[in-house]
Design a protein around this ligand. Structure first.
Ligand code: ASP
Length: 439
């Protein structure tokens, strides 16, 4: 058995946290490949090392003095090294970093040093080999992750080592310049490493015991999700779940490797298992509820729309031309509605409206703003009668006006559009019938 373990920033924020991670790794000989994040927050008001690096580099780029800022970053690492009683000096590393900051090596390079240095410490602490991610994870000139090349090189490299540490969050272009993933991207590295070694499981260690059925800021003490499929998670994650980077499921999904979300501060908890498919029934009809505010709907009407070939393509072309992605496109016989993120759309709205007129010649276009989308997701929904009925009667009783309904073709989810003001109420009403009353 081979396990890949990724530890998030709060799991490695101090020597004490490092020790917990070390104990977890050492307690299971199968935990052979380790992907660390940069040190995160030690307490609520603390600053993540990644953020310290970004602001330190911004000074370097502006030609301001940044020595003091770099010194505070160095102290964060020295505190960890000292606390772990390691014989390790990062003196030379920091000299190189300072030199490269003066050469304006780039913000990605700067940010990546958080993971790079933490990786060096982790490797020394565990006695594992250190592999710089810039030598095994690749991006093309457009900045797109090169999955196949990476997989080949990484698989070959890791086949030559029993135990290794590969820092998260970054890789490099062909010419060796460092490039990072988006924020939280160490989750993706963990998934890439898992695919390369064909791991039996990808353990993602963080500061919560997995996913919760609903947002705890809206619902008091929601239960945890024990098992969830990749597809269910996709339906929930793009709506706002924050535990795992949304791109992290793709590499492991290709190999059917399960992801187990675990809590470094509570290692005995089973956490959430994210799997390809399962016959494990969840306790409730639904697996989870998630949602997001801040959408706009663009309602386009044209008589006989249903008979016009290419109408939908022309409408969507207008959005594509202005670089706007859409979330949902429910349609009627003479209407088509496009849901977009309000903040992306706002500045370009008039341009898009005239483009739709130009390309598709509709009768009217009407824009509604401040809408929220709620996804009710569950693999069990397909085989349960009346799920939709229960949702809508609960919403009616809670005085929530439903503005849009869209049932995904997978029958895995029902998407409901409500006004932003009704968002929390709607989630509470849905939670109540399925979880509190277990209907
Ligand atoms: N350290 C990076 C961040 O703060 C990446 C990560 O932690 O996954 O976003």
């Amino acid at each position: 058995m081979k396990k890949v373990v990724k530890f998030g920033g709060s799991s490695l924020a101090s020597a004490e946290q490092f020790r917990k991670a070390g104990d977890i790794i050492r307690s299971d000989a199968e935990r052979r490949y380790v992907v660390p994040s940069a040190p995160g927050k030690r307490y609520d008001k603390d600053t993540k090392v990644t953020d310290m690096l970004y602001s330190c580099y911004a000074k370097a780029e502006a030609g301001e003095e940044f020595k003091e800022d770099l010194k505070s970053i160095k102290e964060r690492y020295e505190e960890i090294i000292g606390g772990l009683k390691l014989e390790l000096s990062l003196e030379d590393e920091f000299k190189t970093i300072e030199k490269n900051f003066r050469k304006k090596e780039g913000a990605d390079y700067a940010a990546s040093r958080g993971e790079y240095l933490n990786g060096i410490i982790m490797a020394a602490y565990l006695g594992y080999e250190f592999i710089d991610a810039a030598t095994v994870i690749f991006f093309d000139e457009q900045g797109e992750f090169e999955s196949e090349k990476t997989n080949k090189v990484l698989a070959e490299r890791l086949s030559r080592t029993e135990r290794a540490v590969v820092p998260g969050f970054y890789g490099a272009y062909e010419d060796g310049r460092v490039k990072t993933f988006s924020r939280g991207g160490s989750d993706i590295t963990g998934s890439i490493v898992s695919r390369a070694v064909k791991a039996d499981v990808y353990e993602n260690w963080t500061d919560v015991s997995g996913f919760l059925l609903a947002d705890p800021r809206i619902i008091d003490n929601p239960p945890g999700i024990e098992n969830i499929t990749y597809r269910e998670l996709r339906e929930l994650s793009y709506m706002g779940a924050t535990v795992l980077h949304e791109d992290a499921i793709f590499p492991v999904r290709r190999e059917g490797i399960p992801i187990n979300i675990r809590n470094t501060n509570c290692p005995e908890a089973r956490g959430t298992w994210i799997v390809e498919s399962t016959c494990q029934k969840s306790k409730y009809v639904i697996t989870g509820i998630a949602g997001k505010k801040g959408f706009c709907s663009v309602n386009i009407e044209k008589d006989m729309m249903n008979a016009e070939i290419g109408f939908g393509r022309k409408v969507l072309q207008a959005f594509e031309d202005y670089g706007i992605s859409f979330e949902h496109v429910p349609s009627g016989i003479d209407t088509m509605t496009v849901f977009v993120h309000q903040d992306e759309f706002m500045d370009k709205e008039q341009k898009v409206v005239s483009a739709i007129h130009r390309l598709a010649d509709p009768d009217t276009i009407d824009i509604e703003s401040d809408l929220a989308l709620i996804a009710v997701v569950g693999r069990g929904m397909k085989s349960t009668r009346g799920t939709a009925g229960r949702i809508f009667s609960a919403l009616a009783h809670a005085n929530v006006n439903v503005r849009m309904i869209d049932q995904g073709s997978s029958e895995l989810n029902i998407i409901i559009g409500v006004s932003d003001d009704d968002f929390e109420n709607a989630i509470r009403a849905i939670y109540k019938i399925f979880v509190e009353l277990q209907l």
